[in-house]
Design a binder for this molecule. Structure first.
Ligand SMILES: Nc1nc2c(c(=O)[nH]1)N[C@H]1C(S)=C(S)[C@@H](COP(=O)(O)O)O[C@H]1N2
Ligand SMILES: [Mo]
Length: 156
């Protein structure tokens, strides 16, 4: 066997060893409700929107909801999962997208919270009952109010 043949045979085998096939993404839609948050670790963040005073929002990490729904995290978030998107829809039809990797603390320290409380009270009607808060984002345009659905989709 010459060197070229050896490389052609062995290199793909080594590559497969290091990168076993990524698990498929289970496309699904989660209805946002108290049950979707129940039992998950509570997170508190301080966030400032436009000229409003800084508020304390409390809820759960969006990533924790997705993890409980069976979506891959950390080392398993590979391959096709890196093109998976998290599409959030509000009662007024407003929609925003994050990527699945954006929601994983193995990838980023930037938090994305699904909040149900603001300054120790349920969210005001204009914002709630559930709102996304991403304190590290300088514009609050993805802090979608009245969020109703979380859809996980893969893009072609
Ligand atoms: N459901 C919903 N959430 C929303 C929006 C919206 O139109 N609908 N606007 C976004 C934008 S553009 C901003 S800047 C912030 C704050 O919007 P407000 O200033 O109208 O409260 O909410 C975000 N969340
Ligand atoms: Mo905005």
């Amino acid at each position: 066997m010459n060197l070229l043949v050896l490389l052609l045979v062995v290199a793909p085998a080594i590559a497969a060893e290091q990168h076993p096939p990524a698990p498929p993404i289970h496309e699904q839609t989660i209805t946002v409700s108290a049950e979707a948050l129940a039992g998950l670790p509570r997170v508190k963040v301080e966030a400032k929107e436009h000229d409003n005073p800084t508020a304390t929002y409390e809820g759960v990490a969006l990533g924790a909801i997705l993890e409980r729904a069976g979506l891959p995290r950390g080392e398993k978030l590979r391959g096709k999962a890196l093109s998976a998107i998290v599409l959030l829809t509000a009662s007024d039809g407003y929609q925003v997208v994050f990527t699945l990797a954006d929601t994983d603390p193995a990838f980023t320290d930037r938090q994305i919270i699904l909040a149900d409380r603001k300054d120790s009270k349920p969210l005001p009607e204009k914002e709630g009952p559930f709102r996304i808060i991403a304190p590290s984002e300088k514009r609050p345009a993805r802090w979608i109010r009245n969020v109703k659905k979380i859809a996980i989709k893969t893009v072609e």
